[in-house]
Write a protein that binds this ligand. Structure first.
Ligand code: MN
Length: 488
């Protein structure tokens, strides 16, 4: 008899151009590939609140989104009277992210890393929903519902826009998210940190040329997440989105440039970064819960805005969970892969919410060797300059529960023996306790010593505790009062 599994595997038909499609079986949940499908998914699970029309774009919208952050996504019809609705809080929960990928929460980092390492080239289409409506006379404040988020923000911002630019030498695209301040009717002040988009701009500016750019607003959660991948230069993050979708991403050529943008997006803003021009931008409420300061920043001039006939605008509240998680998951995936290369006994990592999902890293290990935790800390500091404090724990500690991690520090850590401090290292410039990004690193080894006697670090446990069905118990305990019981 033929081996059925082997036969099935070889019999999967492969169409030309679709050879990179992943067959993941009929019963496996599919990844979510469109924003509108994701809104349906949230609504069906009662996680999407549709507000009354007309919420003010200045603060009121952000205030409501923030209060519901992590529990419910929000949709604001006619915000400030504007015809385009605004959504927020679309992926402000780790479990939701896993659902969007079609995996279990425990597989989230591995799945993201797999996609980042094996991108799927996009597929070009000639007509796209995102180009249904074309505005060639641009007044951004009039065309788009731009919210103002935090108290001292300099004004309205685009916060959830995928910035797409091309390497002037190789033509390869880059996708990243930047805060974009409304600076004039067709002018945006953009913070370009020294990464890929900034590098491409410098290459253009050195020749005195502008850098073409497109900002994509309103996109599915996985493409949004892919934009945050820590990928090498000349890896187009839209191809990582294709890998997360398990299908090539449909893209369309921009009207004014060679850039390719997701065809299914809601809104695209096309323009150019101006060489030799810097204008004031900020302050703006950032992920550490402080303001990023005002400074002279890059300027994008907008030529065209295109959108769907019934477009939706997405905004991410500065410092909200959606903001934090979008950055945290790709960072965790990269740090985990980085640590596992040298330390195969590292099980999991977590960037904790209290540590702004950037500065505090919890590492769970299966300890084999004394001193190893300190090597792992040094590996983590080298893996991302944002990582400031590292706590290493054993495999019996739940690193997604800060109380458990604190318990491990309280009972397994001694400062004179288990503390590592590295002074004057590179950190985050947005950490106000550093001197312009220079500060100390700290590592805490909260693992048990291997030599300890068996009962010394034995965690107490009530036998059968984990099997108690609390809901059923409460339902079964009728209405007897304690007095009846005591009287007998
Ligand atoms: Mn990149």
């Amino acid at each position: 008899m033929l081996h059925l599994a082997a036969m099935t595997k070889h019999d999967i038909p492969t169409k030309p151009g679709c050879s990179r499609d992943r067959n993941i079986g009929d019963n496996a949940p599919q990844p979510v590939r469109a924003l509108r499908d994701w809104l349906d998914h949230l609504a069906a699970r009662d996680r999407l609140t549709v507000l009354k029309p007309g919420v003010d774009l200045r603060f009121a919208l952000a205030a409501i989104a923030k209060r519901l952050d992590g529990r419910r996504a929000t949709l604001f019809p006619k915000p400030g009277g504007h015809p385009i609705p605004v959504v927020s809080g679309l992926i402000s929960d780790r479990g939701w992210m896993a659902e969007a990928m079609g995996v279990e929460p425990g597989e989230l980092l591995a799945r993201f890393q797999e996609a980042a390492l094996d991108p799927v080239p996009w597929q070009e289409v000639t007509s796209a929903p995102v180009q249904e409506i074309v505005h060639r006379k641009v007044d951004l404040a009039q065309l788009l519902p731009l919210p103002t988020h935090n108290e001292h923000d300099s004004g309205p911002y685009i916060t959830a826009g995928l910035m797409i630019v091309r390497n002037p030498r190789t033509g390869k695209q880059n996708v990243s998210i930047h805060r974009c301040q409304l600076s004039g009717p067709n002018r945006l002040g953009v913070l370009l940190l020294p990464r890929h988009a900034h590098l491409f701009f410098e290459m253009a500016e050195q020749r005195g040329a502008p850098l073409e750019a497109a900002i994509v607003v309103g996109i599915d959660p996985l493409t949004l997440l892919a934009s945050q991948a820590i990928a090498p230069v000349d890896v187009d993050e839209l191809e990582i989105a294709g890998a997360l979708h398990r299908r090539p991403l449909p893209v369309v050529k921009c009207l004014t440039s060679e850039l390719r943008v997701p065809a299914e997006a809601e809104i695209v803003i096309e323009g150019r970064f101006l060489p030799g021009v810097r204008e004031p931008e900020g302050p703006f409420g950032e992920f550490p819960q402080y303001y990023g300061e005002r400074g002279d920043r890059h300027v994008m001039e907008v030529d065209v805005v295109t959108h769907r006939r019934d477009a939706i605008f997405h905004t991410v509240g500065g410092g909200g969970l959606e903001h934090l998680l979008l950055g945290a998951i790709p960072r965790e995936a990269t740090l985990l892969a980085h640590l596992k290369r040298t330390f195969p006994n590292v099980i999991d990592v977590h960037l904790s919410p209290g540590g702004t999902m950037r500065y505090h890293l919890y590492v769970q290990i299966k300890k084999r060797q004394e001193g190893e935790a300190k090597n792992i800390m040094m590996g983590a500091f080298a893996g991302s300059f944002d990582v400031k404090h590292v706590i290493v724990v054993d495999d019996d500690v739940d690193i997604h529960n800060p109380t458990e991690v604190e318990w491990a520090v309280a009972t397994r850590f001694q400062a004179d023996r288990d503390l590592l401090v590295v002074p004057e290292s590179q950190g985050s410039k947005l950490d106000p306790s550093t001197r312009d990004g220079v500060g100390a690193k700290m590592g805490l080894d909260a693992t048990k010593p291997l030599s300890a006697g068996e009962m010394v670090f034995k965690r107490i446990r009530v036998p059968g505790e984990e099997n108690v069905d609390v809901e059923r118990l409460l339902a079964e305990t009728g209405g007897s009062s304690w007095r009846d019981v005591v009287k007998g």
